[in-house]
Design a binder for this molecule. Sequence first.
Ligand code: SF4
Ligand code: SF4
Ligand code: SF4
Length: 228
Amino acid sequence: MTYGFYFNGTRCTGCKTCVLACKDKNDLSESINFRNVYEYGGGTWTKGDDGCWTNDTFAYSVSVACNHCDMPVCMANCPQGAIEKDADTGEVRSDPEKCIGCGTCANACPYGAPKVDTEAMKSVKCNMCADKVAAGEKPVCVEACPLRALDFGEIDELRAAYGDVSELAPLPAASEPQLGDHAAGGGQASRRRDRGRAEPTRNHVAFRQNTGGGEGGRKAALRDSMPR
Ligand code: SF4
Ligand code: SF4
Ligand code: SF4
């Protein structure tokens, strides 16, 4: 059995209740979020020959935490071998006994999921609320969403219920090499490219994504908005 998240971009209002519920459950400091909500928008206004303006503008929010990938690049790049994927649930977790807090996983992850706790010098991230899931409950972020924009469950059941759309702008596609590979060069993008990591495969389904925006723009927008 492999678990995953479902996110419905047509329901989410960007209220960030999911973010705060997660921070509360995990007693996270002000500077660390396991879940993040990104605003994404684009489009243009065009003036017609008759002087009237038309537009194809759009905006929506995306709530994302660790996707507990099938082939996690965080795990592939950890120099300590501190990250493992649970064979039963699919949870990707780091072992605090092995983790040295170097931040390699945080830099490797295309979704900005791991954070380094600089006091403990450990990598920390979403654990899919493993305690609640073991008790047969949903993760706190899913339960807290007032718009029911999130769901969690066995990945095949989610896809049967909601469809198998698994990509959502501006998140990098599961089939794409890296977020940084096609983004403007320099900085973090170049460092990621140099590392030549394995590709991520998301255990994540999204439904009825809104459309619009060029691929380069989507990646650049996500890159620019992700906290590091
Ligand atoms: S690569 Fe990122 S999203 Fe995927 S399992 Fe690792 S931390 Fe989670
Ligand atoms: S599953 Fe739990 S740990 Fe992960 S983002 Fe949701 S509330 Fe936070
Ligand atoms: S709580 Fe629900 S509606 Fe609010 S930001 Fe999170 S996913 Fe979106």
